[in-house]
Design a protein around this ligand. Structure first.
Ligand SMILES: [Zn+2]
Length: 472
């Protein structure tokens, strides 16, 4: 046998082994082809409707979902489309169970952060499959979960699944940036009966992988809250040919420089301490001990862990960062106004007053006025319900044996906050895995691994069934 033939045979053996292995894996980690296709088609349809927070509309997404549901035989009486403005509609659909238990609410938002074609490698409003990923605005945040909720609900109906509680899916407007058209807030205020539930599942918890290896499936129990501040400097201005030291842009620039050099203290709370303890059991690298020591409150370990990852840094402290800037009114005039937006992500235990006072201390310039834009109240953490933790762990183990379920506080903010405040405990769980150090939500070239999308579909299919299965 020539070396070439030998190599060829070896290659074929490897390929067939991989193919068989992949097929076996495939059978266990995704739903059947027809269901995958349906989830894909809904996902594509949602991504390709421009529902940007400021320039788009969620109504066409809600209507597309309603059309899918009606075509699958859901009666009109169980489908609601409406919202705070004609462009910002929400969809609520109810799949009836026996009513033995209070309903479960499955939530996803259908608005997205703006995306500009010129900033992206692909068209953000075309679902593009490339190198094993789906690219497009909303592929991760949050149209995958929205599409999967609808696809799975259609499948439950097709199977004749009889849950012991109603399963409600709500696809809502304006999670990104909040404001007057937020769908969850609007539904709670105007149609609470449509979404009232024992508890809700939402975005906010996803799977974490490192270099393609799945390490944990996160279950979000609490979250940071958002405070936006305006830094503003006014000045009488004048002709730019006769500059003076007292300049609005320079005052603002110094204030922002000081902010950039400042960090809030590192600390843990109940949820993050539990998270880092779990992560120390998963981690195999040299950082393992540091993670364990973070859980015990070691400042030195927190410094190292925070420096190692922006996500971990954000979990260990309140953060404030400049996000928008404006100033001046003419090329040849001294500026009369300079302003910046500072976006803060605040630990649940830090008060808004504390954050404002910290910023004033850091800036230490009475020419720089610091005011709060749209203040938000912190939301309570959801109780760590053992039934939900057990169901999430079991569904996780079935698909990804050995992957830990980790309770977390998320560093972003979600609509779960409104529900928690309204007394509906909300758990962020998706089963979509993302690279811990390459989270692209809100950024350019947002993406979702193709395999992750379909595994998440199966995971959520199993999880919702487990949580609404009649007890035998
Ligand atoms: Zn989101």
């Amino acid at each position: 046998m020539s070396r070439t033939v030998h190599h060829l045979l070896q290659a074929i053996r490897v390929i067939s082994f991989v193919a068989i292995f992949a097929a076996a894996l495939n059978a266990q980690t995704t739903r059947p082809e027809a269901e995958k296709q349906l989830a894909h088609d809904i996902y594509k349809e949602f991504i390709e409707i421009q529902s940007g927070f400021t320039t788009g509309a969620t109504t066409p997404v809600a209507e597309a979902a309603a059309a899918r549901l009606k075509a699958a035989g859901f009666p009109d009486a169980d489908i609601f489309v409406g919202g705070a403005s004609p462009k910002k509609a929400n969809l609520v659909v109810r799949y009836h169970g026996t009513g033995a238990r209070k309903p479960i609410l499955l939530l996803a938002h259908i608005d997205v952060v703006e995306a500009k074609r010129e900033d992206w490698s692909t068209d953000p409003f075309l679902l593009t499959e490339k190198d094993g990923y789906f690219y497009g605005r909303g592929t991760g945040d949050d149209k995958a979960q929205a599409a999967v909720w609808i696809a799975n609900l259609i499948q439950y109906k097709k199977e004749g699944f009889k849950p012991d509680r109603d399963i409600i899916v709500a696809l809502t407007a304006d999670e990104e940036g909040g404001g007057p058209f937020n769908g969850v807030e609007w539904l709670l205020k105007n149609h609470r009966e449509l979404i009232d539930a024992d508890f809700a599942l939402n975005e906010g918890g996803w799977g974490e992988s490192i270099d393609g290896k799945r390490v944990s499936n996160d279950l979000q129990v609490s979250e940071k809250y958002v405070l936006n501040f305006r830094f503003e400097v006014h000045n009488k201005g004048g002709h730019s040919s006769m500059p003076v030291a007292d300049n609005a842009i320079y005052h603002l620039a110094f204030a922002l420089t000081h902010l950039s050099e400042f960090s809030f203290p590192l600390k843990t709370n109940e949820v993050t301490a539990a998270y880092f303890l779990q992560m120390s059991k998963i981690e195999t690298g040299p950082g393992k001990d540091d993670l364990a020591r973070v859980a015990t409150g070691s400042q030195e370990a927190m410094q190292k862990v925070a420096a190692a990852s922006p996500v971990w840094n954000a979990a260990l402290r309140t953060t404030c960062v400049a996000t928008q800037l404006e100033g001046g009114h003419a090329m040849n005039a001294l500026p009369q106004l300079a302003g910046a937006t500072v976006n803060c992500r605040v630990l649940p235990e830090d008060s808004a007053e504390y954050v404002l006072a910290s910023l004033q201390k850091v800036v230490a310039d009475d020419q720089v006025a610091i005011t709060s834009i749209l203040p938000m109240a912190a939301g309570p953490a959801s109780p760590m319900r053992p039934d939900i933790l057990a169901a999430v762990s079991a569904a996780t183990q079935k698909i990804w044996p050995g992957v830990q379920t980790v309770p977390i506080m998320v560093v972003g903010a979600t609509d779960g906050r409104y529900l928690r405040v309204a007394g509906i405990p909300t758990y962020g769980v998706q089963g979509f895995f993302f690279d811990r150090n390459d989270i692209r939500f809100h950024g350019r070239d947002e993406r979702m691994a193709v395999q992750s999308f379909y595994e998440g579909q199966l995971f959520l299919y199993d999880l919702v069934k487990a949580l609404s299965q009649p007890a035998n």
